[in-house]
Design a protein around this ligand. Structure first.
Ligand code: PGA
Length: 248
């Protein structure tokens, strides 16, 4: 299985900046045969732009959230059908910023994952503990509870999800989990997937949280780290490509 390096632009970008960033990535890739699958998860208003810039390239695109409803009177929401209209391959669900700032529960995240799969979009399911939870020795319990809700909702489709372990204390803070800390949690998640699907090895388990060009290789060398979900470093073409190159 090829590693997957997915960028999460969060709420960043402009039409002009996106075009130069994506072009710089594509130019860089022309000189470097990628050893990893790649994706960029961008703000919904830019999906059409990314579709036209990336169509036919080695980079897939996706969104950062999806509604848990099919359609209707849900002002401000974006449905899975709409994401499919722009040929999204991926959608991030349950990012800690959504769990924290938008009060998303495990059940809501699980429903979003289920709906994405039902529409042929791969959910990148984020799990991760806060610093207080880690210090209280609750890391395993928290990530297992978050993943269990999704496994319960998607059932026999569990092998089709992507999981991203993102310790909340490492996101955007410059504090990365050590490769050993990350691997320990990834192994727990792999074991949980193994109990739920016959093909746990098919599920990419990405690490996210201050992954950058300097620390990517040691994280990606861990046996259960199958790629990365990259925030800040995905806004710089050279940095993103360096991470991709580390994932051979
Ligand atoms: P970061 O964000 O790489 O900027 O820490 C990762 C994420 O939140 O997905």
């Amino acid at each position: 299985m090829k590693p997957l390096i997915a960028g999460n632009w969060k709420m960043n970008g402009t039409l002009v900046a996106n075009e130069s960033l994506v072009k710089a990535m594509l130019d860089g890739l022309a000189a470097q045969a990628p050893g990893a699958d790649m994706a960029l998860c961008v703000p919904a208003p830019y999906l059409a732009q990314l579709q036209s810039l990336l169509n036919g390239s080695a980079i897939s695109w996706g969104a950062q959230d999806v509604s848990s409803h099919e359609k209707g009177a849900y002002t401000g929401e974006v449905s899975a059908t709409m994401l499919k209209d722009f040929a999204c391959r991926y959608v991030i669900v349950g990012h800690s910023e959504r769990r924290q700032y938008h009060c998303e529960s495990d059940a809501l995240v699980a429903e979003k994952a289920r709906l994405a799969l039902a529409h042929g979009i791969t959910p990148i399911v984020c799990v991760g503990e806060t610093l207080a939870e880690r210090e209280a020795g609750q890391t395993e319990m928290v990530v297992k509870r978050q993943l269990a809700a999704v496994i319960h909702a998607v059932a026999h489709c569990t092998s089709e999800i992507v999981v991203a372990y993102e310790p909340v204390w490492a996101i955007g803070t410059g504090k990365t989990a050590s490769p050993e800390q990350a691997q320990q949690v990834h192994a727990v998640l792999r074991a949980q997937l193994a109990a739920a699907t016959q093909h746990p090895e098919r599920v990419h388990i990405l690490y996210g949280g201050s992954m950058n060009a300097a620390n990517a290789a040691s994280l990606l060398a861990q046996p259960d780290i199958d790629g990365g979900l990259i925030g800040g470093a995905s806004l710089k073409a050279a940095e993103f490509l360096h991470i991709v190159a580390s994932a051979r």
